[in-house]
Design a protein around this ligand. Structure first.
Ligand code: NAG
Ligand code: NAG
Ligand code: NAG
Ligand code: NAG
Length: 452
């Protein structure tokens, strides 16, 4: 009675448009009490299309044509979440939904298996992935019966969702067009047989992002192309201490979704470099992209399909890139070559800064000390946090980290900076003395055409 007194005037104010808004199907919102008891699998298919925008439609499992906005000649994208230990809807879900709809005219199906994923018992959630996969397989068979081409199906699976995509893909005999795996789950999948996890035969093209291989993610390559940003382990900007609470556990894992969303939005490009190891990549040993022809090294993310043919030919390619701690995550890479004329070799670390009209970009090459030798070009990879378009000034700093010895200096005969990705000309500077721990700033010149 008390409640009605307040609600009745409100109800009278509600306009008919608000009623249609109420028909939007939402992702199931559970809480810790559900996770504590455990939930049994229920698979809900939420359809999003450009016609209805962010208003989801709960789809029939047996008759996709029951929904007029489902267009069988469009791309059909499935988005499949992972383990939900607290039962809450994923916080990135509205953003990725909006970004995907904005990118391409598609049938976007958000697979809501929160009932099944929300449990404190991870092993139970893992077991449930097979039930979800069988359920989705039956749905895909229905799509096929209704004329949907399996080549036009793209599954984006996050964590456990990546393996669900793999199981569905295997059930469909690898006929699905593409599977994108965002930090596929490691625990309970590492070391299993191909049939018990995602593998390249599960779809025509499988692209995988690894961001937490030392905890929740899967260490080994699982696709035709596997991306390991920041070695796939600790992501910059994520808390390093357990004092930060739950984000300590999930930040690295979740970063995969944020990196992928940036690629859908085309915020910037992460060129990814094939290499034996991340260390080799940081050392600048893997800057060659020749095997990819004119297109250069593959760009991580939604648009990597542009490299599909060459990646399929190469079978399995493991690639690396480095990111900033926050969005925009892309870094700008230059090859730096330093030649000195000091008699004795010098060991140390280098910091390079590029100054533009109103921007400054920094690259600290401090993962190792490098040896600089007389009349020998030492090659380094400098990764800048920003892309400075027209470089007006440049700074160099050299440190040995040795506080007890007298200060060193580098007598630089030539320093050359070659952009790896842009089309800008290489920048050079000849004859400059760099005192240890003291930044020296100068105006670079266009390089002279000689190998000196
Ligand atoms: C898939 O799951 C939904 C809801 O959980 C159910 O209604 C449907 O019958 C299931 N499909 C199959 C083939 O089991
Ligand atoms: C379905 O999509 C195709 C391709 O995008 C388009 O040409 C066609 O007009 C659409 N059909 C309907 C009924 O909207
Ligand atoms: C996959 O292959 C198996 C064995 O050849 C066959 O029984 C099954 O119908 C195929 N499924 C699909 C979806 O093509
Ligand atoms: C492709 O890679 C897989 C897994 O590493 C291997 O089993 C297969 O033999 C390779 N195929 C070719 C053609 O190299």
């Amino acid at each position: 009675m008390f409640l009605w007194l307040y609600l009745t005037p409100l109800l009278l104010l509600i306009d008919p448009h608000a009623c249609t808004a109420q028909e939007c199907a939402e992702f199931v919102d559970l809480d810790l009490s559900h996770a504590f008891i455990g939930t049994s699998v229920r698979v809900r298919l939420l359809l999003y299309t450009s016609e209805k925008g962010m208003c989801g439609t709960l789809m029939s499992h047996t008759d996709p044509t029951a929904h007029p906005q489902f267009n069988t000649s469009r791309l059909t994208t499935f988005l499949i979440h992972g383990y939900r230990p607290t039962g809450s809807p994923p916080r990135w879900l509205p953003t990725i939904t909006e970004l995907l709809l904005a990118r391409t005219d598609m049938n976007l199906i958000v697979v809501d298996w929160n009932n099944g994923a929300a449990t404190l018992n991870y092993f139970k959630a893992v077991e449930n992935t097979h039930t979800v996969a069988d359920n989705l397989t039956a749905f895909l068979e229905k799509l096929k019966e209704n004329g949907v081409s399996m080549s036009s199906v793209h599954m984006i699976g996050i964590s456990l969702g990546a393996h669900i995509s793999g199981f569905v893909g295997a059930n469909m005999n690898g006929s699905i067009g593409r599977i994108t795996a965002l930090d596929p789950a490691g625990p309970q999948f590492t070391g299993t047989l191909l049939k018990d996890r995602l593998d390249p035969s599960d779809a025509q093209f499988v692209d995988v992002l690894h961001t937490d291989i030392d905890a929740l993610g899967f260490r080994e390559p699982l696709g035709h192309v596997d991306f390991y940003p920041n070695a796939g382990t600790d992501q910059p900007g994520c808390p390093k201490s357990i004092l930060s609470g739950s984000s300590y556990f999930k930040c690295d894992h979740q970063r995969s979704v944020f990196l992928y969303m940036e690629s859908i939005k085309r915020v910037c490009e992460h060129k990814a470099y094939p290499c034996e190891s991340y260390r080799g990549f940081l050392d600048g040993l893997c800057t060659s992209c020749e095997r990819f022809g004119d297109a250069g090294c593959p760009v991580f993310g939604y648009d990597v399909t542009g490299w599909k043919d060459v990646l399929l030919k190469l079978n399995q390619t493991k690639t690396y890139f480095t990111t900033n701690p926050a969005s925009p995550f892309c870094m700008t890479k230059y090859r730096v070559e330093v030649m000195i004329w000091n008699k004795a070799a010098r060991w140390g670390r280098l910091t390079v800064k590029l100054h533009g009209a109103d921007q400054e970009a920094v690259a600290t090459i401090d993962h190792a000390a490098f040896e600089f030798k007389r009349f020998t070009g030492t090659r380094l990879l400098a990764q800048f946090d920003k892309d400075v378009k027209s470089v007006m000034k440049m700074s160099l700093k050299f440190s040995t980290g040795n506080v007890l010895q007298p200060k060193n200096r580098l007598r630089v005969l030539r320093v050359r900076l070659t952009p790896l990705e842009g089309r800008e000309r290489p920048l050079c500077r000849y004859d400059v003395v760099v005192e240890e721990d003291r930044e020296v700033t100068f105006r670079p010149l266009p390089c002279q055409d000689s190998n000196f």
